[in-house]
Design a protein around this ligand. Structure first.
Ligand code: AMP
Length: 127
C-alpha cells in the first residue's frame, strides 16, 4: 500500500481551519459538513480527521478507534438527517469515490450521503 497524502487538498485545509465549512457533526476522529455543490436536497460529506486518501487506505491503515468513530458518525448523521429507513426515513445513497476510475476529485477520504429525493440509477451505463 503506497498512498501519498497531499496536505494541500481542500479537506486538509478545512480540517486545519484554513477554509470554512458548514459543519454538521464533529467527533474525536471525524468531521461532517455540507457539500459546497449539493447534488441532492441533502448532501453531506463525512471525512476522517486522519490523513487517509480513500476508503481502502483508511480501512487498512486506520486504528480501530478511528474506524469505529467514523462508522458511528455516519450512523449518527443518517439519524439526524432523518433519512434512516429503520426510523421512517426515505433512505439515502452513500458513495465513496476512489482514484481515477472512481472519479475522486478530493484526495482525502470522504463519503457522500445523498438524500431528499430519489437518487436514481446506481451508475451511468456506458457501452
Ligand atoms: P469527489 O468527486 O468524490 O472527490 O467529491 C468531492 C466533493 O467535494 C464534491 O462533491 C465537491 O462539491 C465537494 N467540495 C469541494 N470543495 C468543497 C468545500 N470547500 N466544501 C464542501 N464541499 C466541497
Amino acid at each position: 500500500m503506497d498512498y501519498q497524502y497531499d496536505d494541500q487538498n481542500i479537506f486538509a485545509k478545512i480540517l486545519r481551519g484554513e477554509i470554512p465549512c458548514a459543519k454538521v457533526l464533529e467527533t474525536e476522529h471525524s468531521l461532517a459538513f455540507n457539500d459546497i455543490a449539493p447534488k441532492a436536497p441533502q448532501h453531506v460529506l463525512v471525512i476522517p480527521k486522519g490523513r487517509y486518501v480513500c476508503y481502502d487506505h483508511f480501512a487498512r491503515a486506520a486504528s480501530d478507534a478511528e474506524i469505529v468513530d467514523y462508522t458511528r458518525a455516519i450512523g449518527t448523521i443518517c439519524a439526524e438527517l432523518g433519512v434512516s429507513p429503520g426510523e421512517g426515513g426515505n433512505g439515502y445513497r452513500m458513495i465513496a469515490n476512489a482514484g481515477n476510475d472512481g472519479v475522486q476529485e478530493v484526495p482525502h477520504l470522504h463519503v457522500h450521503i445523498l438524500a431528499g429525493r430519489n437518487i436514481g440509477p446506481m451508475v451511468l451505463m456506458r457501452s
